[in-house]
Design a protein around this ligand. Structure first.
Ligand code: SAH
Ligand code: SF4
Length: 466
């Protein structure tokens, strides 16, 4: 029996709680270093300047006894110059630098491992958070852009059975700053020029990659819209110009969701025209109920309507993600049904060759089946691409790397079974975890790669072979 068949009847059916709002301008609104974790709640990291907007940072520093304008100075270092070392902040009096940096730039991400391929142009990082949780991000350099794929949660509570991250349970939501810092750290790496080393470890033709990180996709660990307030705050930090934020274009940000309808509708109201990617994976409710458990709550028709409304509101084409799974969702009739659902809509289909998770009986579709699926979609007038498999040799990293790490704490807050009984949890910090890895497709969205070894491995401080 296929694994997905076992999933029938055990998916969450309960209504999801209303997404709580989070004030991002008030220092008190964000967990402070001194705030003890409430019993049964995961410990959030110390507050970091990226948790707050500029006004919030000024208020925070004033409370700490500094001049408010120090917030602008230190923000300019962090966001504008990508500098975190207090010694390099020479516009701040030497006596204040360390105290200031210790207070507002606590280290959030410790790099445990980095794996590279494509001659260094694709780099996957495993990060340890303050509480030992592990997350991953993937940096990808191309001739015309630099993209980072970030995690929004440690683990994920949505339980999609084909996704490696879904196997372990949600550990906790990431803070806004933990999300933003993945981007800032990646921007630092891009600025160092290492992405341009060229394929084959420099032995092949040299490919020049821009030194400025330009694109961010929320396709790492976790369901971004289940950590709504912090993800939206992170998006705001990413688009705000320095010193408030990184100054990226909203058009270059992509949020991928399993299809949390109220959150998609709320995102449409945020006046942040980011690209929405919707992980559909099946055009019919029978199969989508199995592949994407949250479909039990929001059906295909409802989630697509939310996507079309988002497209109309943002003016941006929605990317429909569809992992092609052999003999599960790759039949010609499903291609035709998908084509009928999407024809004439502001949509683009991204077919992702499935990356089988360890122990899974599912596999990617064969190439002829994949080609026929593409042909039928295109015949229906739907723009379709198959995700490029660049970086496949390091794909085992996202999720599997975290899972294989001996220090990975193995006590997710909520077991898979408990989540299935109680339903997915949004923005409260409990559920199911998994991971994966990503590569970029022609429209700038990485595909999730799970499995296989890493071609090359380099820790920041030297060799770090597994
Ligand atoms: N939780 C969000 C974003 C992270 S997942 C979401 O589901 O959209 C990013 C993408 O990777 C999603 O489209 C997801 O369905 C896909 N994915 C997960 N596991 C995969 C696998 N084993 N093979 C191919 N794609 C996978
Ligand atoms: Fe599903 Fe995305 Fe969560 Fe994986 S990360 S379980 S694909 S929602």
């Amino acid at each position: 029996m296929h694994r997905h068949a076992k999933m029938v009847g055990v998916m969450p059916t309960t209504a999801l709680p209303v997404l709580p709002a989070e004030a991002v301008t008030s220092p008190q609104a964000v967990t402070s270093p001194a705030a003890p974790a409430r019993p049964g709640r995961p410990a959030m990291p110390p507050q970091h300047l990226a948790d707050l907007d500029l006004a919030g940072r000024r208020a925070w520093l004033t409370e700490l006894g500094h001049k408010a304008y120090r917030a602008d100075q230190i923000s300019r270092h962090y966001f504008g110059r990508l500098v975190r070392d207090p010694a390099a902040m020479t516009d701040i009096p030497a006596a204040d630098r360390d105290r200031l940096a210790t207070a507002v730039l606590p280290p959030l991400l410790t790099q445990v491992r980095e794996r590279t391929c494509d001659g260094g142009a694709t780099r996957k990082s495993l990060w340890r958070l303050h509480d030992g949780a592990l997350i991953e991000s993937v940096l990808m350099g191309y001739p015309d852009r630099v993209t980072v794929c970030v995690s929004s949660q440690a683990g994920c509570g949505m339980g999609c059975p084909f996704c490696a991250t879904g196997q372990g349970g949600l550990r906790r939501n990431l803070s806004t700053a933990e999300i933003v810092d993945q981007v800032v750290r990646s921007a630092e790496v891009a600025a160092s020029g290492v992405l341009s080393s060229g394929p084959n470890g420099g032995r092949g033709p040299r490919v020049t990659v821009p030194s400025r990180l330009s694109h961010v996709v929320f396709m790492g660990m976790g369901e971004p819209l289940a950590n709504y307030a912090r993800v939206v705050a992170a998006l705001r930090r990413l688009v705000a110009p320095p010193p408030e934020g990184l100054g990226l274009s909203a058009r270059h940000l992509t949020v991928s969701t399993v299809g949390l309808v109220p959150a998609i509708r709320r995102l449409a109201e945020e006046n942040l025209p980011v690209t929405l990617a919707l992980s559909l994976h099946a055009p019919d409710d029978d199969l989508r109920d199995e592949l994407v458990p949250v479909n039990e709550r929001w059906k295909v028709a409802e989630v697509l309507q939310a996507a079309w409304d988002y497209a109309a509101r943002s003016g941006r084409r929605v990317s429909i993600e569809y992992a092609l799974i052999r003999d599960v969702n790759d039949q010609p009739w499903r291609a035709d049904l998908l084509g009928r659902l999407l024809a004439g809509k502001l949509a683009h289909v991204n077919l992702i060759p499935l990356n089988p998770t360890p122990g899974s009986r599912w596999d990617a579709s064969t190439k002829p089946v994949e080609r026929e699926f593409v042909r039928r979609l295109r015949a229906a007038g739907v723009a379709t691409t198959v995700r490029d498999t660049r970086g496949r040799e390091i794909d085992g990293a996202c999720g599997q790397l975290a899972a294989s790490e001996p220090t990975l704490p193995s006590s997710p807050l909520t077991s898979v079974g408990a989540v299935r009984r109680a339903g997915p949890v949004i923005d409260t910090g409990a559920s199911v975890a998994q991971t994966r890895s990503l590569v970029q497709d022609p429209v700038g969205i990485p595909g999730k790669l799970v499995q296989s070894g890493w071609a090359d491995s380099r820790g920041l401080g030297g060799k770090a072979k597994r």
